[in-house]
Design a protein around this ligand. Structure first.
Ligand code: THU
Length: 133
């Protein structure tokens, strides 16, 4: 059972509406798909301290893990930019913990979509960072 990229992106668009981004005014939504077809969404949650801000991707990962799901296949992320965004370094590493070759669909609100593999955004995660054989 798998979810279409359009549906994953649309769930990220919905989650983006809940972003708490009063400081950057840059709401982001994410939706992560698990092997069983379940989807967990997240939005960025900013904090006055700035440093405690959580990105949408990591909030989505946290929601999935809290529901007992870690077998991630694909994630969609959405922001209101001309070019699509890509996950920050911290999120790349957190995503790689679960699937170093995760597929990433990054979209803007005007229908631009770009597909990445986490393996290209964070090469050698398994041996270089996660130290797995
Ligand atoms: N942000 C995300 O949530 N995901 C990204 O991939 C890029 C950046 C958030 C963090 C911060 O709240 C705001 O966007 C500006 O960087």
């Amino acid at each position: 059972m798998s979810v279409s990229p359009a549906s994953l992106i649309s769930q990220a668009v919905q989650a983006r509406r809940h972003a708490h981004a009063p400081y950057s005014k840059f709401p982001v939504g994410a939706a992560i798909e698990c092997a069983d077809g379940s989807v967990f969404s997240g939005c960025n949650v900013e904090n006055l301290s700035f440093g405690l801000t959580m990105c949408a991707e990591r909030v989505a990962v946290g929601a999935a893990v809290a529901a007992g799901k870690t077998d991630f296949l694909r994630i969609a992320i959405v922001a209101d930019t001309d070019e699509v965004i890509s996950p920050c370094g911290a999120c790349r590493q957190v995503l790689a913990e679960f699937n170093p070759s995760l597929t990433i669909f990054s979209a803007n609100l005007r229908g631009r979509i770009q597909e990445f593999s986490l393996a290209e955004l964070l090469p050698r995660a398994s041996t270089g960072i996660l130290n797995r054989p």
